[in-house]
Write a protein that binds this ligand. Structure first.
Ligand code: PHE
Length: 445
């Protein structure tokens, strides 16, 4: 059955796909993983992975989605009928559910901060580390906030991609960008800020380990939303006339820019305030309010920032639910509402252990990691690279060269030259890089 939804404009698609990409990955996760994995050297490796591996994969997912105009499962079935390749769609669905199960916990933290800041409780000499600790360890608060976050997601996705997802994206992204610029300005003018800039941008490759290279790879996939077939789903709603390479480059560029801005806003402040760059998941939540507190009208700015941050996180969350909803409804609008609710509630239940793992379940560990960290590790460092590897094998193997060429060159002038480079990267560099990183971490090489 053909899908009935379509983006109403090219901008709609770019904003939705960029909205899926830009979220916790670039704003929250990137700074803290860079902080624990070597600073500047990590950034460079992340950059290389994003351009040479993530970008070709993003395009590969676009090509699968747009050429078939089908959901994540049917798309693989259409290209490779009577084979097992559609399991790649199921893998994507499973990955996106596990991903959102812990993603929504952090979404909940933003909701809690926002409620606090609206109540005027966040500035005036707050001890942010204590407040943060207190909030995330309270079971009712953590689970309740996660529920609110998922509820917001469900309400939008249930309305459908056009009305719900597309419209919401238009104004928030540019506003987020402007706020980051203000933040960076304040952060860089704090005393001792330069130490943070050096930490973040000066590459000391001696600090890199095989684990940190794995993290850089996982981070590049996570923050571009690739390896899950979410981008297959989104591009299936895209009209044939738009240029895929241009869209992919825009998204990669925006995503790198936001990661860079987040790093520049956070690290100078970390060093100036004498905090620890390796503080982990709480880094952003502890550092940024401290910077806002040093701005005139800091409370107002903080509230605005939290609204935008919540929004960026929600737009990623929409895409993580949409992949399942699209696959289960198969384009039947009448089923959308019910299936969205069921999917959202399932993810909520799945996520409760992650929400509790910073409080009453902090003793439940696997390989020394709490449940939240296990879910994150499983997704970012195993499932996403695995999905990515299979997509990189699938596209050159199962799709006709004419179809690939047509998809890549449609609507773009330099498409042909780009096509050769893209296929080369996808066919050789992507799989080899992923396999090497895996083997390296397993200590096989
Ligand atoms: N890219 C999103 C972020 O950085 C997370 C995500 C991953 C969303 C995979 C969809 C699919 O926040």
């Amino acid at each position: 059955m053909n899908q009935t939804e379509q983006w109403t404009s090219k901008l709609g698609f770019i904003l939705a796909a960029a909205g899926s990409a830009i979220g916790l990955g670039a704003i929250w996760k990137f700074p803290y993983v860079a902080g624990t994995s070597g600073g500047g050297a990590f950034f460079i490796i992340f950059l290389v992975f994003t351009l040479l591996v993530g970008l070709p994969l993003l395009l590969a997912e676009f090509v699968i989605g747009r050429s078939t105009q089908q959901n994540a499962i049917t798309a693989y079935k259409t290209i490779a009928p009577h084979s097992h390749w559609h399991w790649l769609g199921y893998l994507g669905i499973a990955t996106s559910c596990i991903l959102l199960s812990f993603y929504s916990v952090v979404g909940g933290w933003i909701v809690l901060y926002l409620l606090h800041s609206l109540g005027g409780l966040l500035v005036q000499g707050t001890q942010y580390d204590q407040l943060f600790q207190q909030m995330i360890s309270d079971p009712w608060m953590a689970v309740g906030a996660q529920f609110i976050f998922l509820l917001l997601t469900i309400l939008v996705v249930a309305r459908g991609v056009q009305e719900g997802i597309e419209k919401a994206n238009k104004y928030m992204m540019p506003a987020l960008f402007i706020l980051f610029v203000i933040l960076i300005f304040r952060s860089l003018t704090l005393e001792g800020a330069m130490k943070g800039v050096t930490f973040f941008l000066y590459p000391d490759f001696g600090k890199l380990t095989s684990e940190s290279i794995l993290y850089a790879m996982g981070q590049s996939f996570f923050s571009l939303s690739v390896g899950v077939s979410v981008m297959v789903t989104y591009s299936s709603y895209l009209a044939k006339s738009e240029s895929l390479p241009r869209s992919a480059l825009t998204i990669v560029g925006l995503n790198l820019l936001i990661s860079l801005l987040a790093g520049l806003a956070i690290f100078p402040a970390v060093f100036s305030l004498g905090l620890e760059p390796a503080a982990g998941p709480g880094l952003l939540f502890i550092v940024l309010p401290s910077v806002f507190a040093k701005l005139p009208l800091g409370g107002v700015f903080l509230t605005v920032f939290l609204v935008l941050f919540l929004f960026a996180t929600l737009t990623s969350s929409f895409s993580l639910v949409e992949i399942t909803v699209a696959s289960l409804t198969k384009g039947d609008r009448a089923k959308r509402k019910k299936i969205t609710w069921l999917t959202g509630m399932f993810i909520f239940l799945l996520g409760i252990p992650s929400a509790l793992s910073y409080g009453i379940w902090s003793d439940a560990t696997i390989f020394g990691k709490i449940i939240f960290d296990v879910a994150d590790y499983l997704v970012s460092n195993i499932l996403l690279p695995l999905g990515a590897l299979l997509i990189a094998i699938f596209v050159p193997l199962k799709m006709k060269r004419e179809v690939l060429l047509e998809e890549i060159t449609a609507g773009s002038k330099n498409g042909r030259r780009f096509f050769a480079l893209w296929l080369l990267l996808l066919r050789y560099i992507t799989p080899i890089a992923i396999i090497i990183v895996f083997l390296d971490v397993l200590n096989v090489i």
